[in-house]
Design a protein around this ligand. Structure first.
Ligand code: SF4
Ligand code: SF4
Length: 175
């Protein structure tokens, strides 16, 4: 779902996005589905193509009438995307690479991510955070700076999963 890299003079800090699996972004939402994806979708959710087409048609009508339903592919209760491997591009990019829809969606993962980027950028040597989709070019955080970085992150009340992922992404050992 994306990361953000904060560049300092001697090293880079990688801030990961951690999804909280609340399902908020998949509720009252109709994702744009390409028709050529239907055979693969049918295989994944084990339903005939005509049934999927009919349901998507109903959902599209409801959406256009201003009464959007939850996405057909959201597994209720578990908040899991049933077509995760082949989910539409808009779903892949949300929320770190596109803020589209964020105005309407309460995304706890994005709030946590944004707070972390702000807190970790708060150093006089830090430059504006840049977007990145890979880690090849990043310079590791020196061991002497680990505690400081982790304290800044923990001060944002980041979740345990976020702290764990942050430590892993930046090659830190964290108890
Ligand atoms: S396709 Fe998957 S990720 Fe996209 S809205 Fe539906 S359930 Fe959510
Ligand atoms: S709203 Fe944010 S945290 Fe919740 S499922 Fe969607 S991406 Fe994950």
């Amino acid at each position: 779902m994306g990361i953000r890299v904060i560049e300092f003079s001697q090293y880079d800090v990688v801030v990961p996005f951690v999804c909280h699996r609340c399902g908020n972004c998949c509720r009252d939402f109709y994702p744009a589905i390409e028709m050529d994806m239907l055979p693969e979708i049918a295989g994944l959710i084990n339903k005939p193509i005509h049934e999927i087409q009919a349901r998507l048609g109903e959902d599209c009508d409801a959406h256009n009438a201003g009464r959007p339903k939850d996405c057909f592919f959201l597994e209720q209760g578990r908040n899991r995307c049933l077509v995760h491997q082949i989910r539409p591009e808009g779903c892949r990019l949300f929320p770190t690479l596109t803020k589209a829809g964020l105005g309407k969606v309460d995304c706890p993962g994005y709030r946590e991510f944004d707070n972390a980027v702000k807190a970790l950028s708060g150093c006089e040597n830090g430059t504006a955070a840049r977007k990145a989709t890979h880690l090849k070019e990043t310079r590791p955080i020196p061991e002497g700076e680990w505690e400081c970085a982790l304290k800044k992150l923990e001060a944002t009340k980041a979740s345990a999963l976020m702290v764990q992922e942050f430590a892993a992404r930046n090659g830190m050992r964290h108890e």
